[in-house]
Ligand binder design. Structure first.
Ligand code: ADP
Ligand code: ZN
Ligand code: ZN
Length: 726
């Protein structure tokens, strides 16, 4: 038998598959991961096809050296092929996203020395020293502690306690130590209330779930997708839970995609509380070992529900009956590496292949989804509380980051002992520094953007490449010592709130900050937990604070500089602004206290802000679809973005021009080359293709890039293709 093997290299130049001879009786199938001889070296590769014969003479065919790890299912091999084409990438790169975590690097399940009590050990611990009066047999306090720890924890990695100490106890027969896979199930942080049994559904929830169940029952999933459009607090998660239950009852499996688990652990918690061990999680805050183990539980069928961020769309499950995409408007579903896949699009493709029902949900769905998916509506909050009133505060002419009305509302809240969330989509202290004497602006040496002041860390940093410098105290151009700080970021707002709201030890009013600077992912989860359990206080942060948290007692929401997202030169700017305000409003007013939302803006009349004030998602989407149709933007056309970069600007531009020339016969608008600001030391030039016919455009772009990119004349230039850029 012949196996067609796709080597897992990252170079685009190596395009498999290559043929290998498989000895009779060897267990090799499509999706098997193999170590194969490859030129002078060996490499890992995935079997992408089987055949009886090869075009190569038998003596020229090598045999694989070994089967490695668990491989993937045939459906994922097919998906990788599709992704390579859909995103102008390679099957090898797509496959690398799908293999067991660590498999591509050759790491398998980690074995560790695991210690466990023996019966003798249990007896010794229970009976104390009564059994013996020989002094040498007595347990020391330390040994007693070790035995007690094992009794408490069950099998434990020896090194986590005290390996030499345990070895001595092993010598006395009180402990058994052997090498086995480390027990390393992920630790859950309980946030929010989880009920193991479902609450009685509201009429709207039941109706929505009924439609999903019906689609599951016809076995015609695949073609059946739904958009679950429910206002914030309408109980969408409960519908997902019911749908997963139905899929499991039908003997099938389910994938639930969430934007970022570390920030919204409540969702995961609710799934685990409802379904227990049948749920596996895959996310970035897990250790590599934990991720691998969870992946294996899915692959072996021990776990049948996978909850995770975008990469969970590749969960190694068979017979998927349901794929849920929660908060489908979140841009984190788009992967920024190669292939630049969109998990929402991949989910649809995978659902089709498995005959699974796709359910995407949001309070602020994308126009793309509204156009193509039948809608299930949840129009009421579960508790029938109204959505909070949204007030616009005009900031034109103001020199303070906080409007007087905002200050007053916060002071009232402090007095009454309530909670507020304050959103400013900009981290750091101030957005840029300039010299008062000569006007020089501090820019990143690698990128054409201003450096942001981070006062606590005493540095200025580039938010694009990570470049950092000491805070300047004099201008290198004119030696003036007068440096002006412009604008306000989350760090400064946090500081101002502390100053303004004071700290009266009798009435603590803590200020929490949540942004990419404030902490690591697990720390952020902890911050959220602290805010949740605090009786009063303010949570200030970037868009992270507007994610799907379900805090029952937030009565004030504030958006600062709401039009900031509008100033991005991007056709999704309005959609983002609308979603941000609506989602923040959605975090407030979920409890008994009355509530309000304040929106500070320089553009009080901007369309998305006006719609958000009225909680008018339908109005906004209708209007937005009209605008997109007129301008031929998605969903009425597909966009493909090509960015050419090089150290020198002419090479970047020339590469873009050459690709442009390759696309002349394509029936689509090709815009550019347009210069982009320098990033990480590289000049960039961009082309944007607006195509009505998606497939031919993607193929043409893939072909053009392949012909142009590797040319010797353009050594040093690199090209990246982004289909459906965010
Ligand atoms: P959404 O995701 O739509 O914003 P959630 O799913 O977070 O809303 O639900 C909001 C709150 O309502 C949660 O605390 C949830 O436990 C609760 N909830 C959902 N459905 C019901 C129900 N049928 N009865 C009572 N409480 C519910
Ligand atoms: Zn100066
Ligand atoms: Zn930079």
């Amino acid at each position: 038998m012949i196996a067609r093997v796709q080597p897992l290299t990252t170079t685009r130049a190596v395009r498999g598959p290559f043929d290998y001879r498989i000895a009779a009786g060897q267990a090799v199938e499509v999706g098997t991961l193999l170590r194969v001889p490859f030129g002078p070296r060996t490499t890992l590769g995935v079997v992408v096809g089987l055949a009886e014969t090869s075009e190569l003479a038998p003596e020229r065919l090598a045999e694989p050296e070994a089967v490695v790890g668990a491989g993937v299912g045939a459906d994922l091999v097919e998906l990788a092929d599709w992704m390579a084409r859909e995103y102008c990438s390679t099957p090898a790169r797509a496959l690398q996203l799908m293999l067991a975590p660590g498999a591509a690097a050759g790491t398998g399940a980690k074995l560790a020395l695991v210690a466990e009590l023996t019966d003798a050990g249990r007896t010794a611990l229970a009976d104390g020293d009564r059994l013996t009066d020989r002094l040498t047999d007595r347990l020391t306090d330390r040994q007693r502690d070790l035995l007690a720890a094992l009794a408490d924890r069950g099998p434990t990695v020896a090194a986590d306690l005290d390996t030499p100490g345990l070895r001595r106890l092993e010598g006395r027969g009180l402990v058994r130590i052997d090498k086995r896979p480390r027990p390393r199930r992920p630790v859950l942080h309980a946030v929010g209330a989880a009920t193991a049994s479902p609450p009685p559904l509201t009429g709207e929830q039941a109706a929505a779930l009924g439609e999903i169940e019906a689609a599951l029952a016809t076995g015609e999933g695949g073609r059946a997708g739904f958009l679950l459009q429910g206002v914030t607090g309408s109980g969408k998660t409960e519908v997902y839970l019911g749908a997963v239950q139905a899929a499991l009852q039908a003997g099938r499996t389910a994938i639930v995609l969430v934007p970022e688990i570390a920030l919204t652990p409540q969702v995961l918690w609710r799934f685990q509380a409802r379904f227990g061990d049948v749920v596996a999680v895959l996310h970035s805050a897990l250790s590599a070992g934990q991720r691998h183990d969870e992946w294996m539980r899915l692959r072996t069928g021990e776990a049948r529900v996978c909850v995770g961020p975008r990469s969970a769309v590749f969960a190694p499950l068979d017979d998927i009956g349901l794929i849920v995409v929660d908060e489908e408007h979140e841009s984190s579903y788009k992967h920024e590496g190669d292939p630049r896949y969109d998990a929402r699009t991949v989910a649809r493709r995978r659902a089709l292949r498995h005959g699974a029902v796709l359910v995407v949900g949001s309070a602020t769905p994308r126009p793309e989804s509204v156009l193509v998916l039948p809608r299930l509506r949840l129009t009421q909050r579960v508790d029938h509380r109204p959505l909070p009133p949204v007030e616009v505060l005009d900031m034109r002419g103001s020199h303070q980051p906080l409007h007087p009305e905002t200050r007053m509302a916060l002071a009232d809240l402090r007095h009454a002992g309530g909670k507020a969330i304050l959103l400013l989509n900009r981290r750091g202290w101030s957005n840029f520094l300039s010299c008062r004497a000569c006007g020089r602006v501090w820019l990143c040496p690698n990128c054409e953007v201003a450096l942001v002041l981070h006062r606590h860390a005493s540095l200025v940093a580039c938010h694009h490449c990570g470049h950092r410098e000491r805070v300047p105290n004099r201008c290198p151009a004119c030696a003036s010592v007068s440096v002006a700080r412009h604008g306000a970021g989350t760090e400064r707002i946090e500081h101002e709130l502390r100053e303004a709201l004071g700290s009266d030890p009798a009435h603590p009013f803590p200020i929490f900050r949540l942004d990419a600077d404030s902490s690591s992912l697990p720390d952020r989860a902890r911050t959220l937990q602290q805010f949740e359990t605090a009786p009063a206080g303010v949570l200030v942060g970037t868009q992270m604070v507007a994610k799907g948290h379900d805090f029952p007692d937030v009565s004030l929401g504030v958006v600062l500089d709401a039009d900031q997202t509008l100033r991005f030169p991007d056709f999704r700017a309005e959609e983002r602004t609308f979603a941000l305000i609506t989602q923040l409003a959605g975090r407030t007013g979920r409890g008994a206290l009355g509530s309000r939302v304040l929106v500070q803006t320089l553009a009080p009349d901007a369309r998305p802000i006006a719609f958000a004030v009225h909680h008018d998602s339908d109005g906004f989407i209708a209007d937005e679809l009209e605008r997109r149709a007129a301008l031929r933007y998605p969903p009425y056309a597909s966009l493909i973005r090509i960015v050419c970069s090089a150290e020198e600007e002419p090479l970047a531009r020339e590469t873009a021009t050459a690709i442009h020339a390759e696309l002349v016969s394509l029936d689509a608008a090709v815009l550019g080359p347009a210069p982009l600001f320098r990033l990480r030391g590289r000049a960039r030039s961009q082309l944007v293709i607006k195509a009505t016919e998606r497939r031919p455009a993607i193929d043409a772009v893939g072909g053009a890039v392949d012909r142009i990119a590797p040319g010797a004349a353009r050594r040093g230039a690199s090209v990246s293709v982004d289909v459906d850029p965010q």
